[in-house]
Write a protein that binds this ligand. Structure first.
Ligand code: ARG
Length: 544
């Protein structure tokens, strides 16, 4: 459904040829929207603004949408939507199986690369963010009819396995008996030894080559570490209620056999050249080249990402590829995309986007730490939120705090504030949904029937209806620009508008048409709240 404000905007734009800059009216007596376009045109044309406004009002054909237009003050044009138009918009939403979402006109195949924890390491708060954000993108793009292919690019291959395997052999461990927390501790012991013990470091480096060269003993240890890590990741995904499964795992090791082939392609085409013993791709605008094969013959993180892009285009037939990682990897992806374009792995008609997110901070403004001062794991953060509220509310609090801020910004993890049912929080939206559900439940219990929205006399009802008409447009914007905070802001406004409606407009106390119409308005609001929350990955309870 095209939103009513968007329809009006389009007509005024067609008439004037400029952006009408429609703004919500500042006072109810000014109608629903105001435009200052006449003032701007008057300046250009050197004419009195009220005269320009009068001309526009005479020429603008919006009788089917608006009450007669009014000119206010120095030359503002005021628009008030006709209440029958608002009523019809809400009624059609009630009949729409898509709850007002606009199915994509050209559905795409969208690869989303998110979560991507590392084997033998616990997930940290950064992984919490990518998992929640990627899950939201997945839900939004799928809801609009795109084919989403989630790719969990887990770190299951890099050079860290050299020291891990050496440490396992030194300690004589059977890795299959370890928990992920044990493996994490092992990782830390290995890393410390790698730093302090040169003989160990040399063995670890040599082990990378033996292991990547296919040595069975090394591979068995590696497999063991992968096998204990995956179920632990799944426990976290279940706890987070996200869509990822084992089927979405395509870790770094997936591309192992592709690497020499890809590198040969790059060499043959002349895209990669040897520089100081390393094979490099030089891309404009970057100080250092992208190294596709190190001088010792090894391949790194960037080469694997080139291989992943190549497959996502050639085999997964992606039209759009989205990466969700912390903002510090922005440079890496910019260079990988540029190199992939140069190599022809990433054709011009395939969009590649990196969405970088900021850090999770504690109340002290420093990176969030657990009470004992160690870097916070994803689990410790969930535990902290669950100390404040029931799991589904704690989770709503975390997801909303993560998505509502503008992804690039750091956000402060303040469990006590985030779980409040007042203010701009996830639980506040859940509560709005539960409260409106309760009214509808009572109506059902009293056998009160309702159908369409027929009367919308009160200005607060009209505001609510206007907002409801905008849902589809807001979600389109999120899908296009990957800005979940706009959906959060919209739902927050919707819940606020619903609260004003309760204050001004009795529902169950009334009878007849007005009551039925208001119940229909409640039902439409409930549906949009539930649909919107579900796109954020947040559960919408019927009772709280
Ligand atoms: N494993 C990496 C990390 O924990 C993230 C991988 C992101 N995806 C990618 N294709 N590079 O930081």
């Amino acid at each position: 459904m095209q939103s009513l404000p968007a329809l009006l905007d389009a007509r005024l734009r067609a008439l004037t040829g400029v952006d009408p800059e429609m703004r919500p009216a500042t006072k109810p007596q000014f109608g629903h929207f105001q435009s200052n376009v006449a003032l701007r045109l008057a300046k250009q044309q050197g004419r009195p603004p009220r005269e320009v406004a009068a001309d526009l009002v005479a020429q603008l054909d919006v009788e089917d949408l608006c009450e007669p237009l009014e000119i206010a003050g120095p030359g503002f044009i005021n628009f008030r939507m006709r209440s029958d138009v608002l009523a019809r918009a809400v009624s059609s939403l009630l009949e729409d199986p898509n709850d007002g979402l606009n199915p994509a006109r050209f559905p795409q195949r969208v690869v989303i690369d998110y979560s991507a924890p590392n084997v033998a390491k616990q997930m940290h708060v950064g992984h919490l963010r990518t998992t929640i954000i990627g899950d939201c993108f997945n839900r939004v793009l799928s809801a609009l009819g795109n084919t989403v292919i989630a790719q969990n690019h887990i770190g299951d291959w890099g050079t860290q396995f050299g020291m891990l395997i050496e440490e396992v052999l030194d300690e004589g461990l059977d890795v299959r008996t370890l928990t992920l927390a044990d493996a994490d501790a092992l990782y830390k012991r290995a890393a410390a030894k790698f730093k302090s013990d040169e003989e160990f470091a040399a063995r670890a480096r040599a082990r990378v080559a033996t292991f990547q060269g296919g040595d069975e003993e090394s591979l068995a240890i590696w497999r063991g570490l992968v096998d204990i890590s995956k179920p632990a990741f799944n426990v976290a995904y279940e706890r987070l209620n996200v869509l990822l499964t084992d089927d979405d795992i395509a870790g770094e090791s997936t591309y192992n056999d592709d690497l020499p082939v890809l590198v040969k392609e790059l060499e043959d085409s002349g895209v990669a050249v040897v520089d100081n013993g390393a094979l490099c791709v030089f891309v404009d605008g970057f100080d250092a080249p992208l190294i596709v094969r190190k001088s010792d013959g090894g391949y790194g993180y960037a080469t694997t990402d080139l291989a992943a892009i190549r497959r996502r285009v050639r085999e997964l037939h992606a039209d759009r590829i989205i990466y969700v990682t912390d903002a510090r990897q922005a440079g890496h992806f910019a260079q990988v995309f540029a190199a992939a374009r140069k190599a022809g792995f990433l054709p011009d008609d395939v969009v590649a986007q990196h969405v970088g997110y900021g850090m999770v901070l504690g109340r002290d403004g420093k990176p969030f730490k657990t009470r004992d001062g160690s870097a916070a794991t994803l689990e410790s953060l969930l535990d902290a939120a669950e100390e404040q509220a029931a799991p589904n509310i704690a989770l709503a609090a975390i997801k909303y705090a993560d998505l509502s801020n503008g992804l690039q910004k750091d956000y402060t993890f303040d469990a006590e504030r985030m779980v409040q049912t007042t203010g701009d929080t996830g639980p506040y939206l859940q509560y709005a949904h539960a409260r409106v559900s309760q009214i509808l439940r009572k109506a059902e219990a009293e056998d009160i029937h309702f159908g369409a929205v027929t009367v919308l006399a009160d200005p607060v009802e009209q505001q609510l209806a206007l907002l409801l008409s905008r849902f589809g447009e807001v979600v389109d914007d999120v899908a296009q620009n990957l800005t979940p905070h706009k959906l959060c802001g919209y739902l927050y406004d919707l819940a606020g508008s619903l609260a004003s409606f309760y204050e001004a407009c009795p529902v169950l106390k009334l009878e007849g048409d007005v009551r039925a119409s208001r119940l229909a308005l409640c039902e439409a609001t409930r549906r949009v709240l539930a649909a919107g929350l579900s796109l954020l990955g947040i559960d919408a309870p019927a009772r709280m």
